[in-house]
Structures are given as C-alpha cells and as structure tokens.
Design a protein around this ligand. Sequence first.
Ligand code: ZN
Length: 389
Amino acid sequence: MRAVKAVQQHYTPSPEILLMLDQFRQMLNDCVRIGLAEDVTSLKSLSTKAYNQLATYDIMSYYKLCAISKATGILRNYRKTRKKNPETKEPYARRPQLTTCYGFKIRAIEKVLLLPFKPKQPLSIPLNAHVLSVLAGPNIEVCSVTLTDQQLSISYAKEVEAIQPHGLIAIDRNLDNLTVADSDGHITKHNLAKATEIKGMYREIRSHMRRNDLRIRQRITGKYGRKQHEKVKRILHHASKQIVLSAKHREFGIVMEKLTGIRKLYRKGNWQGRGYRGMMNSWSYYELQRQIEYKAHWEGILVTYVNPYGTSVKCSICGSRMKPEENRKLKCRSCGFMVDRDVNAARNILARGVRFAPFASACEPMVQEPQRRVILKVDADELTWRSAT
Ligand SMILES: [Zn+2]
C-alpha cells in the first residue's frame, strides 16, 4: 500500500513567487466559478471547459493544469458538504497559494527547491536541513509542492508493506485524555487536559474582544486561532506518535470508534450551556484520528473502526448496563464490577475490534487468560443482544 506524508517549513517569498501565488489563486477561483456555472465535476470535463479560459494568465502551463485539478477537488468537497448543509457558501480562495505536482526539482546538494517560472529560468527556494533529511529517506518519492505566502509544504510517498498484526490497540478518545487498552491487557492514559485548557484560555481571550470593527476582529481572532492551533497540535502530535510507536514496536493493529455527528450533539438549542458547548465543540477528536491514521499507515499498521454504540455504558465484563458513580467511575448493575469509565470504553472497543479482526484466532494465544474470558463473554452477550433486536 502507498502511504503519503508531508513536511513543512517557513520561507520568505520573492516578488516573483508572490506574483505566481496570486495568479494561481485567481486561476483557482476562475476554475471553481466555471465548474459551478457549467456544473461539471470530472477533471476531464473541467479541463476542456477551463483550460482555454486560462490562456490570459502569463504563467507556465504546469500551473494551469494543477489549478484545474485542485479546483476539481474543491468542487467535489463542496458538493459533498452542500448535500449535508444546503447553506454552504460557494468556495472562494482568499489566501495566495500554489500547488504543483509537475516541473519542480529538489537539489539536495545545493539545498534548494527549483520551481518552474519562465522556460529555463526556475526560481529557487532554500530548503532547511530538516526538510532535506526527511526527503532523503529510503524509497521516498516526492509528490507535490504547495506554497503559501509564509510556508511551503512538500508531500511525499512510499510503498509500505502492511504488518500482519499480532494483537490490537484500542483507543478511546475523550475530551481530556486518550485511553488505550491493548490485547496484552495493558491500559495507558495519554493526558490531553493541557490542550483543553489552552483552547479554553484562547476562547476566553477572544470572548473579551469588544472592538466593533469586523476586519480588526477577524485579524486578531485569526492570530489567536493560529497560536492556539500550533500549541494544541504539538500536544496531539506527541500523543499520536507515542501510540503509533507502541503499535509498531509490538506489531499490533489499531482500533478506534467510528465517531460521526459529534458536532450535532452540541448545537444551540440542545439545552446545554454556552461554555459547555464551546468546550465540546473544540474537542479535536477528528484531528487525533487523522494523525493516528496517517502515522500508522506510514508504518504499515492496520487501522480499523468499530461502531461506538454503547461502548461507554456497557460493562466490559458482562455486557450489562453500568451505573455512573463518583469520579468518572462506573459500577455494573449485575456483576458489581467497578471501573473507570474511559478504561471500560477502551476495553469495549478492544473487544469489538477483536471480533472483527481477521487475525482473531492468531492473536488469542497472546491474550492473557482473564482478558480472553472477558472478550468471549462480551462477545456472547453482544450476539444475543443483536439477535433479540
Ligand atoms: Zn458487569
């Protein structure tokens, strides 16, 4: 299977690059406009409709093709979101940007990226040591380059061989922590309380802004948003890296809940306080999933998703309904098992993952005796519950 990653660095754009970025942005908007007006979705039909109209731009044809292909992606996403929410605004690129998958070269010896500008006159951008060392890795194939006015990002790929998993790591994602239960019976918690705290702090700062000028307000909100984003991202990257490393080390697969419609749970009019809604809506459950998934793919680790129904309320020993107790504890109504609610959820996810995993029989000898009984018991209960409904 093919795994893709990207590496970023800051750079200072020259006037020529700034000009290209703005031309690319305009071409992108032209293509999106044409695509919407002519109602085309495929790359091929958008190319035939739009390519000639881009003739007025004095830019190399590589970029025209890339603008059309990027616009196709934007249009596809727009149509998808509009199905769910008919009030979605039509896409329009405001930030100068440029993506190319053709014509660029990376010269490791001169430590530069060469971007086509005029025939035989490329523009060069110095690359830093980190980017060069990443791209010099074994079997790396560089795919594309994306520039904004501050940052450049290079995406790269490699062929990876999928690891045949010998067990599973189940991850329960919560607002303040990630709880991990694995087939060896270990439980680990990754604390994310710091991320929630940072998000709360910035929400507080933004809520105190009283300047009644939209442009200034947007600029300041944007600035704090970026700062918050950077800080939170660092915490999430640390946690996802640890999890993927431990899966790689033991040759385990990863299983998570398929969470959908989370944002719908915390909308206005659902009888929740503003503060609570704000906190729940800033929960980075999807960003974590994205990070874990691409990092796992890169290592050839299998990632599967299970139905989240009931994972937080069912007993991970006998499958009965649990009763909430103090300090995020749960107590089982029938077997009296007392457990932390996150640990219970992670164990339920693990049990479901094992049930669906293709290697279930192969990993059983690795599961410790009591744990194995647990899994089988939950299994049986789930099955009777299923057949009863
Ligand atoms: Zn129980």
